[in-house]
Design a protein around this ligand. Sequence first.
Ligand SMILES: *Cc1c(COP(=O)(O)O)cnc(C)c1O
Length: 360
Amino acid sequence: MSNLVARLTNPNILALKPYESARRLYSGGQDWLNANESPYNNPYSIDDSRLNRYPACQPENVIEAYAAYAGLDTNQVLVTRGADEGIELLIRAFCEPQKTHIMICPPTYGMYAISAETCNVNVVSVPQTADFELDLPAMQANANNVSVVFICSPNNPTGNTVAQAQIEAALELFANRALVVVDEAYIEFAYADNWAVKLAQYPHLVVLRTLSKAFALAGLRCGFTLASKEVIDTLLKVIAPYPIAEPVAQIAAQALAPNPLKRMQQQVAEISSQREWLCTALQAFSDVEIVGDQRANFILFRTANKDALMTYLVSEGMLIRDQSKQLHLANCLRISVGTQSQNERLISLMKQFYQAEDVA
Ligand SMILES: *Cc1c(COP(=O)(O)O)cnc(C)c1O
């Protein structure tokens, strides 16, 4: 980096390691089971008659459709450029750099910390217990000056849902102190555990949702923040004037219509049954230990041959995700559930690998 640019770069940005997205790490390969995307690709159409106009900041038909889907009022819904933008807006609006902090509970989704670091906001890290539960006493002990708490349920990458009693306890702990954000990116795979239905009970509860996972629209970049009207109004102050491109709004509205919603639910059922098949097949390998729970569209497992297996799969164009740098997750790899043929190919490649390693 040139001297000038290095001197001008904010210290927190100099220190920042950008999010290693699955797509940044590997651009080749044929089977992408590394980003928790849906294997389905559904058709949509675009009306190009309004592309000369700026879009609405919050397209009404999208907000209405999502509010109906989530069972909320339209003033409790914000649409954003993916759930990731919701994370950043919450930090920008509710944390003061070097003064008020976010709390995260690793192992968990990486973007909470990266968004905070980008904004020069401190990250208070309270690890989950070895059984992947919230450590509520430690959360209480570290609650000072925390203004946003991120809880991911179902959690990426462990697949666990956080027990209702634990989230209730966290909400109690932070009442009148901080926002408690429940990231429900995978909630369609565990819908009974959804917290959006409890927003009216907790003014400091925020729920994050996305069209990237169950809705099979990761390429669209469309997510939702669900919260009280007061929280949504505050986020509307910091959001960009035109965050949702016109084609994005059109496709999101189509995806939330009744028949596509049914199609989404069928695809969720199919992915869930493929996940069960994969899980059984993985358990047959003596060197594979399933880790966490499987309440989303992915499976986490531990293997003593982590590096060699990963290298072999990459050489075969089969991409999965290394999660071994995360707390409690040494030697762990994550598989996103793909199509039946992709899942079968993965298992047959793993059979070949373990036979060659002689540990099957
Ligand atoms: C994928 C994911 C997101 C990001 O969703 P986008 O809408 O694609 O930005 C947020 N949280 C978790 C836990 C995720 O796994």
